[in-house]
Structures are given as C-alpha cells and as structure tokens.
Ligand binder design. Structure first.
Ligand SMILES: Nc1ncnc2c1ncn2[C@@H]1O[C@H](COP(=O)(O)OP(=O)(O)OP(=O)(O)O)[C@@H](O)[C@H]1O
Ligand SMILES: [Mg+2]
Length: 237
C-alpha cells in the first residue's frame, strides 16, 4: 500500500481576479521508504503541494490518501489527529518552540499524542542522541546553531514513528556543510526507519540524493529534463 497517494490535486487561493491556481492537477504516489524530491522554481507550487499532501491544508479538488486514509473524509479534528500521528514535518526555518529545550521540542509530538512526560522525554533523548545532539538536550533553540536546530527538527519529525515525513526546503537556511549533514542524516534515517520522505528543494545536491524527482512548473508536474538520457546519449556517441 502506498504511504501517500495524491490524485489530480488542485489548489486555488483567493477568488475572482486575484485567484491563484497554485497547484493544477498534480498526482503522485510514495511507497514506504521512498525519498522523493519536488523541485522547481520559486512560486511553482512546491510548498502548496506539500501542505496538501501532509494534511496541513485542504485541496480545492482532488484526493489525498495518507497511510490508507482519505483525508477528505476527516473533519478538522480528525485531520489534526492523523497529522500528529502519521506525519512528521521539517521546515526551512526549523519551527522549534523557543521556550522549550531541544529535548522538550523533540518530545512534543509524543506529549501531544498522550505519552507520559517521562516516557516522551526518554524517547526524545534517545532520538536526540541519534541525530548527534545528546550534548545539547537542555539547551534552548536560541543557544544552538542552525544545523543543530534542523537536526533537532529531524528528531522531532521522526520521534513518533510517522509513516511519512514532509520536509519543505530542509536545507534552505543552512550553509553547505550543515546542509550536507542534514541531508545525510535525513537520508540515513529514511533508510533505517523505512519512513517515506517527500521534500521540496532548490538544492541540486538534495534533489540528486532522492530516489525520484517531481519537477514542477506553474503548479503542474513537468517532464524531468532527461539528464540520464542525455548522458546515456553522450556515452554512446
Ligand atoms: N496563502 C496564499 N494565498 C495566496 N496565494 C498563495 C498563498 N500561498 C502561496 N500562494 C501563491 O501560490 C503560488 C505557489 O506558492 P508556493 O509557496 O507553493 O510556491 P513554492 O514553489 O513553494 O515557492 P518557493 O520555492 O519560493 O518556496 C505562488 O504564486 C504563491 O504566491
Ligand atoms: Mg516553498
């Protein structure tokens, strides 16, 4: 069963003359363990598509099925619950809560799911160790580096063992060294846990590390420039 299936998704923001068709008829499917990159120029609809696929926003038309559940059949409360249980999110600007320590931030999805604070913090500490932050557990977000923040965000996205991780420009606010480290970590966690990852990126390195790319332009999927094909032709001639 696909972890994520989106069929003919459309998203229109606004109405009348100011309407923007941010996503126009995109379909995609992710199997467990797949790592897929949505790529394309600024404004082409990557974030909108990710929001629809992660249940953060509802499509104007089309179907999203996450882990076997059709999101259209869920009211807002049930959608929030599904998002909390089955999806993990990583954002460009990390989105950690400034008043919580890194360990508490990582524990948050478990606390929201009703896990006891003792159990949640224990699992959060283990995850923080896994992303190389065992020595930063008690630090507040303002006191750590961008790379450390994003590694904490990766732990937070995975701590509740979701089926799907949605990552919007996860390296977009990092220097190349930290971006590379976050990329390698996300890739290895994807391989170790079998979580499916759908990410949006401008970063060619990140895009090339994906199993598959979904190139977008003006809200729609376009055919990928056939780099493989071109190099195959170059070898032959
Ligand atoms: N809440 C909104 N209301 C109105 N228009 C929006 C809204 N969010 C996005 N848009 C518009 O929808 C289009 C797609 O935006 P989106 O943020 O999905 O693009 P993107 O590919 O993620 O861009 P970037 O690479 O800059 O992050 C853009 O034209 C944008 O201006
Ligand atoms: Mg975006």
């Amino acid at each position: 069963m696909a972890v994520l299936r989106a069929v003919d998704l459309h998203k229109r923001y606004g109405a009348g003359d100011s309407a923007v068709d941010a996503v126009r008829g995109v379909g995609l499917e992710l199997a467990a363990g797949e790592f897929v990159a949505v790529v394309g120029p600024s404004g082409c609809g990557k974030s909108t598509l990710l929001h629809l696929c992660g249940g953060m926003d509802r499509p104007t038309a089309g179907t999203v099925v996450v882990d076997g559940v059709d999101l259209a059949g869920l009211d807002d409360e049930a959608l929030t619950a599904l998002r909390r249980e089955r999806v993990g999110f990583v954002f460009q600007f990390f989105n950690l809560l400034p008043t919580l320590t890194l360990a508490e931030n990582v524990a948050l999805p478990l606390l929201l799911a009703g896990v006891s604070s003792h159990g949640a913090l224990e699992r959060a500490r283990a995850w923080a160790g896994r992303v190389g932050l065992g020595h930063r557990l008690g630090h507040y977000p303002a006191r750590v580096s961008g790379g450390e923040l994003q590694r904490a965000a990766l732990a937070r996205a995975l701590v509740h063992e979701p089926a799907l991780v949605i990552a919007d420009e996860p390296t977009g606010n990092l220097d190349s060294e930290n971006g590379q480290r976050v990329l390698e970590l996300l890739r290895s966690l994807n391989r170790e846990t079998g979580v499916a990852v759908l990410l949006a990126t401008h970063d060619p390195l990140l895009a090339s590390a994906a199993d598959r790319r979904i190139p977008m332009r003006d809200g729609a999927e376009v055919r990928e420039p056939a780099a493989d094909l071109l190099s195959a032709v170059a070898v032959k001639t």
